[in-house]
Design a protein around this ligand. Structure first.
Ligand SMILES: C[S@@+](CC[C@H](N)C(=O)[O-])C[C@H]1O[C@@H](n2cnc3c(N)ncnc32)[C@H](O)[C@@H]1O
Length: 226
């Protein structure tokens, strides 16, 4: 069995609710979900929940050394492995819900593309909304957010809730055809034109009063100085 699969299954056994899938995504899904990433112009690309790197490899190939690729992974083992295997990626062991604050703390602009491998189906409604609000706050006006849901669970309450929230937070949400060559088969949501809203976390707490986001940077290349 390939080491990627062994690592994935080991983490799945340890924290099934955080990993939320039975196997890493396949290349056809990775190609589909990364198709909106600009090949030129040095974009900032953010990847949420990279796991063992199924999307990471394709994003790196697509960027071909240009732009910047930031990956937020909550699981320490996955984050360490990713940083080792992809020295060109800024890997942060961090919660995707802190994305907007992490960009601000690093003086980074809004991202041109945000690609998510997060397990939406295992998140509560509040967690889904918290993370999606951070995505909206972190995405450039003309940027694209892509994420996926498994075909078999598409009509279950968590996936329907995800789709509803996406339609609320983005002016355009296009659901792609089913990627059958994935285990399990999946559909990709392509979201554009974020509708700006105050972050949920800001409802009761001012931004400046919040604690800095807990984060562990791994192998962070510094941006080129001009
Ligand atoms: C379904 S796996 C997908 C992994 C990979 N993108 C793929 O498609 O093969 C979900 C990944 O999201 C990570 N994750 C779950 N909750 C997260 C959070 N709040 N912030 C960042 N990563 C998270 C998990 O640790 C896991 O690596």
């Amino acid at each position: 069995m390939p080491t990627e699969m062994i690592s994935f299954l080991a983490q799945l056994a340890r924290s099934p609710r955080a990993v939320g899938a039975i196997a890493p995504s396949g290349v056809p899904l990775a190609e589909r979900i990364t198709a909106t990433i600009p090949r030129t112009g040095g974009p900032l690309v953010v990847e949420l929940g990279p796991g063992t790197g199924a999307f990471t490899r394709v994003i790196q190939r697509r960027l071909a050394g240009q732009g910047r690729h930031l990956a937020l992974e909550i699981n320490a083992t996955f984050a360490d492995r990713l940083a080792r295997e992809h020295p060109g990626v800024d890997v942060l062991q961090a919660d995707a819900g802190n994305l907007a604050d992490l960009l601000t703390e690093r003086n980074l602009p809004r991202a041109e593309a945000i690609v998510s491998g997060l397990p939406w189906a295992v998140f509560t409604a509040q967690r889904q909304r918290e993370i999606l609000s951070a995505v909206v706050a972190a995405l450039a006006d003309d940027g694209a957010f892509t994420t996926f849901a498994y075909q078999h669970a598409r009509w279950a309450p968590p996936a329907r809730r995800l789709h509803r929230t996406l339609r609320e937070l983005f002016e355009e949400v296009v659901v792609g055809g089913t990627v059958w060559a994935n285990l399990p088969p999946a559909v990709v949501y392509h979201c554009r034109r974020p509708v700006r809203q105050p972050l949920v976390a800001e409802a009761g707490t001012s931004r400046s009063a919040r604690r800095p986001s807990p984060v562990r940077p791994l192998g962070m290349p510094q941006p080129a100085q001009s």
